[in-house]
Design a protein. Structure first.
Length: 170
């Protein structure tokens, strides 16, 4: 299926702002605020919260993780593909069961996470990661699978989950 089949918003591109980074990132942030601050999204009936602190450039930490990449926190750089798809995160989270897309738990840095993988034809796949806390859920990050080795790694994680689940139910 394609992003159109899922009725996802068109990409929000820097080009549509004539290359003006400040106007662009403010528009991306406005979309994030509309979807995650003002509208209070749900995952399987549970309202999502946000990791607000530390603020980065005056914006919530979750926004920073949804729009920037890198392993060293204070050295993350803007990721245009993440920014372009900022309006995809909320519908992917809220419709994952209806859309019958791949969902599996994983441990990352001692934390319980949930991966939601939106596989797309003729366009890069999109993944949203939720941080599953005891009494609430945090949207943690979202990104595009740009390379084949990334897809293979995620597919392997998913298959391990399926085998474990099948073994536990036997």
């Amino acid at each position: 299926m394609t992003s159109r089949d899922y009725n996802l918003s068109a990409l929000l591109t820097l080009e549509s702002f004539n290359g003006d980074w400040n106007k662009y990132i403010e528009s991306v942030y406005t979309a994030f605020v509309n979807d995650f601050v003002n509208s209070k999204p749900l995952f399987r009936g549970t309202r999502l919260r946000l990791k607000r602190h530390p603020f980065v450039d005056g914006k919530e930490y979750t926004f920073y993780h949804f729009t920037h990449k890198g392993n060293i926190e204070n050295e993350r750089t803007p990721d245009f593909r993440r920014c372009e798809r900022i309006k995809w995160a909320k519908p992917t989270i809220e419709n994952c069961d209806k859309w019958k897309i791949k969902i599996w738990p994983q441990k990352r840095h001692g934390k319980d996470r949930l991966c939601i993988w939106l596989e797309l034809e003729n366009e890069p796949d999109y993944i949203v990661i939720l941080d599953m806390r005891k009494d609430y859920i945090l949207p943690w990050t979202a990104f595009v699978l740009e390379y084949e080795h990334e897809k293979k790694k995620k597919q392997k994680e998913y298959e391990v989950y399926l085998k474990t689940r099948t073994a536990q139910s036997s």
